[in-house]
Design a protein around this ligand. Structure first.
Ligand code: PMP
Ligand code: GLN
Length: 413
């Protein structure tokens, strides 16, 4: 085994998807919608497949199909308030995963330090290690709260701890807002604090904004690259899977200044080279339609969060009713809940896992037919205990399935 792969282990996704296939639980685990993606985009793909233009079934431009990079450039130029060049400042990737991979492999050298905020989307750590980098972790911690519920805004970084992580070896920090799994939408002040440290220590910011449209309660998603002095040191990552509820289409992108993007292009050209043409064409058509109604409530980017907020509120209530202590997320489509008040109803001893949240979620899958994700998967080895009291549920599910989940908790004696 090459050195860069030593210590690699199967991800929580592969393990829990196998578990779900075996036990067929109601699946609130892996994040994906169980309802139909917007018809205009899926119809566009059907039409592209029948197009008289034969080239739509062949290789397209390696760094991104022209129609799609143009649509992305139009959209993000508006959103970030500067001209984003479609050719040199946008890269289409195989999911946000590949955009993360290209950002990390394209910048991190042997021995470079990369700051990762815990809990973190689990692939950040192995990707940094694959590049020979050294991940440095800092946890978001929930403030002590006397009430039985808190919001994702109560999960905060310690300013001094953050400052202490930056040094001359720091190459990058990965920031994910809206956040998976906490649901935190970083505030202007929190982002500025990170931005100041990036500028002080000449650090790259990899800003994972795949849930950019999913914010609730008038919270505002702020793009890191729009902060003063940050465009030149930020790579922003998005996902069609999240934007159009098409996770199976595995299409994402990165945008940023061309001096940085060229490094991602090198990783991409030597690995994936070019993404699927018909899928990029269909996503471009989807973006063109949304661009024509960006300020209307009909725009999918505006209607989806309204639909999701109701699902979030429903889940928050049934988890509370069940005796859990959920964190109300301000963004994204996941909810963390402290399950420890239910411990007496669960036989953890039947599971042999090292961490209690793994035992809890496996026991629930097998005995109550409900799957969640163990959040310790989103912590570094030394901090996994911080995740053990929690479970992560996805509320991007049909109302009837959320109702079934509520029913499972209600019936559970
Ligand atoms: N970043 C975060 C925070 C995510 O939750 C996900 C999950 N899909 C990704 C990146 C990867 O996105 P994609 O499916 O487009 O590869
Ligand atoms: N982003 C999704 C989640 O967090 C899917 C992750 C995955 O399948 N690797 O559940």
């Amino acid at each position: 085994l090459p050195q860069r792969l030593q210590g690699s282990a199967e991800s929580v996704w592969n393990e829990y998807i196998t578990l779900a296939m075996k036990y067929q639980p109601l699946n609130l685990g892996q994040g994906f919608p169980d309802f139909h993606a917007p018809q205009n985009v899926t119809k566009a793909l059907a039409e592209v497949s029948q197009s008289p233009n034969p080239l739509l079934q062949q290789y397209t431009r390696g760094f991104g199909h022209l129609r799609l990079v143009k649509a992305l450039s139009t959209l993000y130029s508006k959103l970030v308030g500067r001209e984003v060049d479609p050719i040199s400042e946008v890269l289409v990737t195989s999911g946000a995963y590949e955009a993360l991979y290209a950002s990390i492999l394209g910048h991190v050298d042997e021995g470079d330090e990369v700051i990762i905020i815990e809990p973190f989307f689990d692939c950040y750590e192995p990707m940094v290690k694959m590049a020979g980098g050294i991940p440095k972790f800092i946890p978001l911690k929930p403030k002590e709260s006397p009430s039985d519920s808190i919001t994702s805004d109560d999960w905060v970084l310690d300013d001094n701890e953050l400052e202490g992580l930056f040094n001359s070896k720091t190459k990058a920090i990965i920031v994910n807002s809206p956040h998976n799994p906490v649901g935190k939408v970083f505030t202007q002040v929190e982002l500025e604090r990170i931005a100041e440290l990036c500028k002080k220590w000449n650090v790259l910011c990899i800003s994972d904004e795949v849930y950019e449209w999913l914010v609730y309660d008038n919270k505002k998603h702020i793009r890191m690259c729009t902060l003063p002095g940050m465009w030149d040191r930020t790579i922003t990552i998005g996902s069609a899977g999240k934007t159009f509820s098409l996770t199976g289409w595995k299409t994402g992108w990165a945008y940023g200044p061309k001096e940085l993007m060229v490094n991602l292009q090198m990783v991409h050209q030597n690995c994936v080279y070019t993404c699927s043409t018909p899928i990029q064409e269909a996503i471009a058509i989807g973006f063109e339609e949304e661009l024509s109604r960006l300020n209307s409530s009909e725009c999918y980017f505006n209607s989806l969060p309204v639909e999701l907020k109701a699902k979030r509120d429903f889940m928050f209530q049934f988890l509370k009713d069940a005796g859990m202590k959920p964190t109300l997320p301000e963004g994204g489509y996941f909810m963390l809940a402290d399950w420890t008040a239910l411990e007496h109803k669960v036989d953890l001893a039947t599971e042999s896992d090292k961490y209690r949240d793994y035992k809890f979620t496996k026991w629930m899958t097998k005995n109550q037919g409900l799957q969640g994700i163990p959040p310790s998967a989103f912590y570094s080895e030394g901090n996994k205990k911080l995740g053990e009291d929690f479970v992560r549920y996805c509320f991007m599910k049909k109302d009837e399935n959320l109702a079934k989940a509520a029913e499972i908790f209600k019936k559970w004696k």
